[in-house]
Design a protein around this ligand. Structure first.
Ligand SMILES: [Zn+2]
Length: 142
């Protein structure tokens, strides 16, 4: 609990935000207005923007410290998805999902894959097919 309180105080700094590097797991501070950031530990680029997938056949990486939205009727199949702040699935997402925030599956949404998230909500009518589920506070990995 002590750690959680300290964390929330740090988050109140309006110019900086804490993010976790999804490549190496390093916790670092980034300017709140930044849209991308270079990790000082592994020197790889980190996206901070929210990602909205509007069309099926998305072939890029789905990694961001922001949120990821899968729009209705969009079918997205990829290996790994990482979102720092949460994922909302209104279409179809087949991937192994790691989220530092809530994962929401909408009424016509379908999520297939392993899920690691701080919380999980499935609207009535939504589908979750999940061989591995972990719900709880995120811990920096690596
Ligand atoms: Zn890194």
């Amino acid at each position: 609990m002590v750690r959680a309180v300290a964390f929330s105080v740090e988050q109140n700094d309006p110019d900086q935000r804490w993010i976790g590097c999804y490549h190496c797991g390093e916790r670092l501070k980034a300017p709140a207005i930044a849209r991308s950031f270079g990790c000082p530990k592994c020197h790889r680029g980190i996206s901070l923007d929210d990602i909205t997938v509007q069309d099926s056949g998305w072939s890029g990486m789905l990694n961001t410290c922001g949120r990821i939205f899968i729009r209705p009727r969009v079918r997205t199949i990829t290996r790994n998805v990482h979102a720092g702040d949460g994922i909302e699935v209104l279409g179809v997402l087949e991937a192994n999902v790691r989220s530092g925030g809530p994962v929401v599956v909408g009424a016509h949404g379908r999520l297939k894959g392993s899920v690691q998230a701080t919380s999980l909500w499935i609207d009535p009518g939504g589908t979750l097919e999940c061989p591995m589920l972990r719900i709880g506070p995120t811990r920096p990995s690596g």
